[in-house]
Design a protein around this ligand. Structure first.
Ligand code: NAI
Length: 245
């Protein structure tokens, strides 16, 4: 387990990213929480510090190289190394393809795909010198199966799977593993707001009969961050209750 390891998590101020931060902290990792939302990120870090975890907040945009380099500098300056990078920051700008605006396509590609590239490139420099690293990209079931009304999002997540596999091949010699976690439908503020009937219908399409929890995703990330997963690289771990196999 990642005791004493340093984990950089993007999009860590809420939802899945926040849950990953707490799960890795529970395993003894030191946390670098990165997000655009400074107030919420500060709150996450305060909570982590109160639990006795070493943690630091970084306000930054994963699409901007200067912000990401600052993020890695803060991580190494504070904790001396970067062992784990979780590329979790992601957005949606849903719409049917006929009506999808260029800016909706670009925004989603930028955050979900380019952001992961920029963060990985920056972390690789440090991990490469350490001869150790664990990179986990948060993809999506819809990047594997497609979804009407989400062409930009599905393409970005499918692209992220390609990025995962290429990076896995490129970085293996340096003892760096690169894997993706592909969540199914996860119970978050968004799905909680759905009408009960719509939620039930969604759950009925899932063999395990329920939406996933943020902890289901965090548990998979903990495993792929750990020593126990050292011989797994370039893998896409589906955490979707069986909705896509
Ligand atoms: P969320 O919207 O609750 O949290 C995303 C976080 O990323 C926010 O705190 C936001 O401020 C941050 N963020 C957005 N753009 C950023 C940028 N440019 N730079 C830095 N931070 C930025 O999302 P949620 O639901 O927790 O999802 C997390 C990841 O899991 C995303 O990559 C999402 O695509 C993926 N996912 C989520 C599923 C779900 O059902 N919630 C299902 C499958 C995948």
């Amino acid at each position: 387990m990642p005791k004493g390891k340093v984990a950089v998590i993007t999009g860590a101020s809420r939802g899945i990213g926040k849950s990953i931060a707490f799960a890795l902290a529970a395993q003894g990792a030191k946390i670098v929480a990165v997000d655009l939302d400074s107030e919420a990120t500060d709150d996450v870090v305060k909570e982590l510090l109160a639990k006795g975890t070493s943690a630091v907040a970084v306000v930054g945009n994963v699409t901007l190289t200067e912000d990401v380099e600052k993020m890695i500098e803060i991580a190494t300056g504070t904790f001396g190394r970067v062992d784990i990078l979780v590329n979790n920051a992601g957005i949606t700008r849903d719409g049917l393809i006929m009506r999808m605006k260029d800016e909706d396509w670009d925004a989603v590609m930028n955050v979900n795909l380019k952001g992961s590239f920029v963060c990985t490139r920056a972390a690789f420099k440090v991990m490469s010198k350490q001869r150790y690293g664990r990179i986990i990209n948060i993809a999506s079931v819809v990047g594997q199966m497609g979804n009407a009304g989400q062409a930009n999002y599905c393409a970005s997540k499918a692209g992220l799977i390609g990025l995962t596999k290429s990076n896995a091949r490129e970085m293996a010699k340096r003892n760096i593993t690169v894997n993706a976690v592909a969540p199914g439908f996860i119970s978050t503020a968004m799905t909680d707001a759905m009408p009960e009937k719509a939620r039930e219908e969604l759950a009925s399409q899932i063999p395990l009969g329920r939406l996933g929890s943020v902890e289901d995703i965090a548990n998979a990330v903990v495993f792929l961050s750990s020593e126990s997963s050292g011989y797994i690289t370039g893998h896409v771990l589906s955490v979707n209750g069986g909705m896509y196999m």
